[in-house]
Design a protein around this ligand. Structure first.
Ligand SMILES: Cc1cc2nc3c(=O)[nH]c(=O)nc-3n(C[C@H](O)[C@H](O)[C@H](O)COP(=O)(O)O)c2cc1C
Ligand SMILES: C=C(O[C@@H]1CC(C(=O)O)=C[C@@H](OP(=O)(O)O)[C@H]1O)C(=O)O
Length: 365
């Protein structure tokens, strides 16, 4: 199975299945000298782990991370960092019927079409559990970014048609939905309760704001910063839409409305009066905050009866059993933040070879 490796300089390979022994990641290309502990990583994993509230899968996992390599005396050594989380609460019996049929909206059919054989337990490799490796690596990337004064903040922007109308950052960690608006969180919770009573699920939108990114990061043409971010975010299961800045809304605007006017601030820095571009122009950061959004579809495994087919050529009615997220959005907030962090670290590393004068300065210093 190819495609489990992401990044060029700061490279990650995730591995593992939802009902296998465990899941994890190998990070290759992390610079030596970063202070790193399992607690740094655990803080991120705790935001993603199952069983956090009535709006997450009831599967009980601590998702406790172990650092197997690459860290010595509390600091990264520059060698591969291997991180593991053991699976402790698999209930594979729930998947005995799914082994012989295809859940609408999940990857069962396409896995069978490709490989002719699949680990059907818990969705195998296509489980949301695969994102543990991404988040563990994202925690390391975010720590590097912090050293450079770059900070990422992600939150739930909407659930169903209930959107935030305030951006109270202190509120994000106060509600189970990671919404920066207590009123919207209360309304969204009531909506999700109704969805759950109806044995249904909901989608929503995640927004991520990145502050402190210097201008000029990202490679023109194929490796544009926005293109790399799009690939990173689209690689998360259940993500069906991606936007930078005004995104799809730019199609309704006129050039005079959409262009962000430049001006010099009192220190002579180039600034913009608005940020419709979402912090990226020509595939390179423009110094304004990078603003991206991901649209997340409703959880495919719902308890409502659904029409599908089995592997014996029959049309059947499927009633899924098991433990599923009634909404993926809140658990995916930290996954989006982590994937964005991975892209930014990689782009910053790539950029170190963009100017001869920088190389001379570095090697002669
Ligand atoms: C954090 C996270 C949790 C998820 N939880 C579930 C779940 O409980 N049940 C489910 O059917 N799908 C869940 N998914 C979504 C599936 O993994 C995803 O829909 C599936 O792999 C098919 O991929 P696609 O939706 O991108 O086409 C989750 C995804 C993520 C990122
Ligand atoms: C356990 C997690 O979420 C799982 C994601 C998932 C899916 O199909 O994506 C299906 C369920 O798997 P299982 O039936 O094996 O418990 C969720 O519980 C996790 O993300 O850590």
């Amino acid at each position: 199975m190819a495609g489990s490796t992401f990044g060029k300089q700061f490279k990650i390979t995730t591995w593992g299945e939802s009902h296998g022994a465990g899941v994890g990641v190998v990070i290759d290309g992390c610079p030596a000298g970063l202070s790193l502990s399992s607690e740094d990583i655990q803080l991120y994993l705790n935001r993603r782990k199952p069983g956090q509230s009535r709006f997450t899968t009831p599967r009980k996992e601590d998702d406790a991370v172990e650092i197997l390599s690459g860290v010595f005396e509390g600091k990264t050594t520059g060698t591969p960092i291997s991180l593991v989380v053991y699976n402790c609460n698999q209930k594979s019996k729930d998947y005995s019927e799914i082994a012989a049929c295809y859940r609408p909206g999940h990857a069962d059919y396409t896995f069978d079409a490709k490989y002719g054989f699949r680990d059907y337990r818990g969705g195998g490799r296509s489980s949301g559990r695969e994102t543990i490796g991404r988040v563990a690596a994202g925690a390391v990337a975010a720590k590097i970014l912090k050293e450079l004064g770059i900070n990422l903040t992600a939150y739930t922007k909407s659930i169903g048609d209930i959107s935030i109308s305030t951006l109270d950052l202190a509120e994000i960690a106060n509600n189970a939905l990671y919404m920066p608006d207590a009123d919207a969180a209360a309304k969204a919770s009531a909506y999700l309760d109704t969805c759950m009573q109806e044995h249904d699920s909901s989608g929503g939108v995640i927004e991520c704001i990145i502050d402190g990114m210097p201008a000029g990061i990202g490679e023109p043409v194929f490796d544009k910063l926005d293109a790399d971010l799009a690939k990173a975010i689209f690689s998360i299961g259940a993500v069906k839409g991606f936007e930078i800045g005004d995104g799809f809304l730019t199609s309704f605007a006129k050039g005079s409305e959409n262009n962000d006017a430049f001006f010099y601030d009192e220190n002579g820095n180039v600034c913009k009066k608005t940020n419709h571009a979402g912090g990226i122009l020509g595939g390179m950061s423009d110094g304004a905050p990078i603003v991206l959004r991901a649209a997340v579809k409703p959880t495919p495994s719902i308890f409502k009866a659904q029409q599908t087919v089995n592997r014996s050529g029959e049309n059947i009615t499927l009633e899924i059993k098991g433990r599923h997220d009634p909404v993926i959005v809140p658990r995916a907030v930290v996954v989006v933040e982590s994937m964005a962090a991975l892209v930014l670290v990689d782009a910053l590393m790539e950029n170190m070879s963009s100017r001869l004068e920088h190389m001379i300065e570095f090697y002669n210093s």
